[in-house]
Design a protein around this ligand. Structure first.
Ligand code: SAM
Length: 268
């Protein structure tokens, strides 16, 4: 069934299921089929033919975009105490610090990093600036990220001090302050299609920090390698790649060095 569906989706909608891990695809499609109360797997293709909006539903299910502010606390504390100070120390000629959040979902990762860097700049009277380029394959996620409005549940990992400095309460929701947003560009970018194409922002120079967290595990080994290869080409020679906790072994297997065990922060 998956083979038939994969062929059908590729031919008619340019959606390539073969880039994803088989078990992830099986689970995702089974969920769609049972939520539609279909009796047989084969009914699913017929359902798509008669209901084109199912393509959007399926695509959304493939792009699980759960995220959190300061998601991996150990990673953020090492970034704040070691990596950000080190990067600013080595930046010469007032060059800006450049960060790429490569699967940014609704923006929590990019905003968290912006807060950490902004705090360091303020506390140390640093003159250099920073720029965060944040991208995702999902249009919905990018629209939400640009909006920068979060529920009380979504900001539960943000300290009260940071909330008061970087957010404005609007009714029951919390909106990121425009002065923080100014440092971030959000745009759509697929990390896999066209393996040789780097994000447009990379023409201004390589990145010092690239976040690629909690996305690799959906993909086949071949697709993971395409992604890491792309990131590596956009990374400064003194830069760092940050991944999710379950993705550390994959980077180690490719010869990357974790700067501190379990930090999820790697150098080439
Ligand atoms: C689980 S979220 C992770 C968000 C954030 N990095 C974090 O760790 O909290 C995974 C994100 O990867 C995005 N994604 C999946 N495949 C992608 C691709 N090929 N290119 C860019 N983004 C992709 C999804 O749309 C989703 O927003």
């Amino acid at each position: 069934m998956v083979k038939k569906l994969s062929f059908f989706l590729n031919q008619n909608y340019g959606i390539d299921l073969t880039r994803y891990e088989e078990s992830f695809i099986d689970k995702t499609i089974s969920k769609r089929i049972s939520s539609l109360n279909l009796l047989f797997d084969s009914d699913y293709i017929e359902h798509i033919k008669n209901n084109e909006n199912e393509i959007e539903e399926l695509t959304n299910s493939l792009h699980v975009n759960f995220s959190e502010f300061f998601r991996n606390q150990l990673t953020f504390s090492i970034l704040e105490s070691i990596i950000i100070p080190k990067l600013f120390e080595t930046k010469k000629d007032n060059k800006e610090l450049r960060v790429w959040s490569a699967a940014c979902a609704s923006g929590q990762e990019a905003y968290s990093m912006a807060i950490s860097i902004h705090e360091f700049i303020q506390n140390n009277s640093i003159k250099q600036r920073f720029r965060i380029f944040a991208s995702d394959i999902s249009d919905n996620a990018i629209a939400q990220a640009k909006n920068g409005i979060f529920t009380e549940k979504e900001i539960e990992r943000v300290t009260l001090k940071r909330l008061s400095l970087y957010f404005t309460k609007e009714g029951q929701k919390f909106s990121i302050n425009p002065s923080l947003k100014e440092n971030i560009d959000f745009s759509k970018f697929d990390l896999i299609s066209d393996p040789n194409f780097c994000p447009p922002a990379s023409i201004y120079g390589n990145f010092d920090l690239i976040f690629c967290c909690n996305i690799l595990f959906y993909y086949t080994t071949e697709s993971k390698k395409i992604i890491i290869d792309k990131l590596t080409r956009c990374l400064d020679k003194t830069g760092y790649i940050i991944v999710g906790d379950t993705e550390r072994d994959f980077l180690k297997g490719l010869g990357f060095k974790e700067i501190i065990e379990h930090s999820c922060i790697f150098t080439k």
